[in-house]
Design a protein around this ligand. Sequence first.
Ligand code: DAH
Length: 357
Amino acid sequence: MDELRTKYLDQIGKVADEAALEDLRLAALGKKGEISLKMRELGQMAPDVRQGAGAALNRLKDEIDAALRAKKSALGDAALDARLKDEWLDVTLPGRPRRQGTIHPVSQVTEEVTAIFADMGFAVAEGPQIESDWFNFDALNIAPEHPARQEHDTFFMARAEGDARPPHVLRTHTSPVQIRAMQGQGAPIRVIAPGRVYRMDMDQTHTPMFHQVEGLAIDRDISMANLKWTLEEFCRAFFEVPSVELRFRASHFPFTEPSAEVDIRCSWAGGVLKIGEGDSWLEILGSGMVHPKVLAAAGVDPAQWQGFAFGMGIDRIAMLKYGIPDLRAFFESDLRWLRHYGFAALDQPSLAAGLSR
Ligand code: DAH
């Protein structure tokens, strides 16, 4: 027994991996292992010898078993340590941009706009691009015979023959998201809704699909003054200039009363557009106080709540900010164009780190 003990403890000490350890366990304690066979021999011994030998053999078996287990756990720890060392990765290393693709200016500007309004407490709301006639028009106080319906050059979806309901449309503006957002969360509410919109139009300044961002702020005492401040703050941050001047021109939209179109002061000196100085004005958005009928259609009581809304062309402000002359290039997927105007994928616009660098 002493020989067996020395032999196995010695070998267990030297074993280097879990597979070899398992072989050793079988050789000692397996069904046909050396110690198990010795146990079987007990039966042939005289009873008085058997008692002493049996106890000693059991102790030996326990001792070898404990040594095997201890070794097994030590080997496991060592294997884990080795793996951890092997698979170590420095997650603090800076990224290595491959400069293959770049962020499209429309995506970049959408992120910039979102960052600025998020800072002012606006959440992002979404709606479907295939919209019902009711959300796109009726709920926004655009009645079936209203001329605005023609002005919008709407794309209509097909209806099954004999189906008399008005067809769905490709939304012509992001304004229906106002209705969906108010239906969903009621008032007070502060959201922007950036997204794709569609109109049947195509020339140097129009494409059948383009991007808008809608803004909506409803509370108990929101006024045009809040609208003006919000838009000024936005323009200053977006164009990254120390100050801007806005001009509110009386206008008409069915979904706002009063309504205003907003121009920004700029100069074209030397053919270069500069925002915030000069003697020219550039129209950048439509806005106004949300019409009581629109609030009511969205389930918000106009006797208790009021607020402003605005709608702005994302492509348009992207062109203005980054000096992009032709709208159509946005949608041509020309890699050379993208590399020229595109943005590094790892530069997330933020107010703290800079919107565009
Ligand atoms: N929906 C308008 C359009 O696409 C833009 C607009 C104007 C949105 C005034 C508004 C607003 O929310 O108040 O032409």
